[in-house]
Design a binder for this molecule. Structure first.
Ligand SMILES: NC(=O)c1ccc[n+]([C@@H]2O[C@H](COP(=O)([O-])OP(=O)(O)OC[C@H]3O[C@@H](n4cnc5c(N)ncnc54)[C@H](OP(=O)(O)O)[C@@H]3O)[C@@H](O)[C@H]2O)c1
Length: 249
């Protein structure tokens, strides 16, 4: 990582992978500011304590599907960063709804699409001027998270090529579509030197992954930090796993 990461925005930072990743980012990148979103103060006490202990953590209460709030959030980012822009956007918040073809409902499909696809696209759209600013301000720095990057938290369950068990319609389809959006971003933002990747964090022992998952949160986040630190132009528009391996779309 050639240049310093001054600012980071992470959604769903109150538990699971998001919370652990926030802690590692504070420790390793020492950014000037991390915008960390949460929905419910009652289930965000660890995050609140972290923000009390780290003045560079800026808490934002936001449901990612509250699209009308996105513009207000972008204004906050602009004013807190003093026009320096945003280096790294981590679209981490997500939900997993699982249903087979015979039983899947419109509500399940819609909810999963809203949180895992519509919200990251629209939040990225609103924060884009801030990412562009950071990239412009980075001068001749190499592409990477020290310049400007979008990391969309995907899942291997969203891989069309890797799907040999079927089922899980709402979640699989939302992440497959997020992968498509990520590829689109990588093409659209290449000229602005903003990188976009879809990241699979592994099967992780969180509320979502459950206790049988193969990775601890620490293992996953250690891998993710390594991926972030080494992110470069050759990975733009790729689907990358926590261990750095490229996955099939
Ligand atoms: N765990 C795995 O095995 C695994 C595997 C592949 C991919 N992933 C992906 O990795 C990301 C993080 O997963 P995780 O395991 O850390 O999940 P998790 O433990 O279930 O945490 C999900 C996070 O997303 C937030 N969130 C959900 N819906 C939201 C909404 N509408 N608005 C704002 N925040 C919302 C939650 O906030 P609340 O506390 O308010 O609900 C929570 O902070 C997700 O995108 C997931 O799909 C996870």
């Amino acid at each position: 990582m050639a240049s310093k990461v001054n600012s980071v925005f992470i959604t769903g930072a109150n538990r699971g992978i998001g919370l652990r990743l926030l802690k590692e980012i504070l420790l390793k990148f020492r950014p000037k500011v991390v915008f960390a979103t949460y929905r419910n103060p009652a289930t965000s006490q660890e995050l609140t304590a972290l923000a009390d202990a780290n003045k560079n953590v800026y808490l934002i209460e936001m449901d990612v599907v509250d699209y009308e709030k996105h513009a207000e959030v972008a204004k906050t980012v602009e004013s807190v960063t003093g026009g320096a822009g945003l280096n790294l956007l981590l679209n981490n918040a997500g939900i997993l709804l699982s249903a087979p073809l015979k039983r899947v409902s419109i509500q399940e499909l819609r909810s999963n699409m809203e949180v895992n696809l519509f919200a990251p696209i629209l939040l990225t759209q609103t924060l884009l001027p801030q990412l562009e600013k950071a990239s412009l301000n980075a001068g001749s720095s190499p592409c990477g998270i020290g310049r400007a990057a979008i990391v969309n938290f995907s899942s291997e369950l969203g891989s069309i090529g890797g799907n040999d068990t079927g089922g899980i319609y709402p979640y699989r389809c939302s992440k497959a579509a997020l992968n498509s959006a990520t590829k689109g971003m990588s093409v659209d933002l290449k000229r602005s030197k903003i990188l976009s990747i879809a990241l699979h964090p592994g099967w992780v022992q969180t509320d979502m992954g459950g206790p049988r998952a193969t990775l601890t949160v620490d293992q996953s986040v250690e891998g993710i930090m390594n991926v972030l630190e080494h992110l470069n132009e050759s990975q733009n528009g790729k689907f990358i796993a926590w261990d750095g391996k490229e996955l099939p779309w």
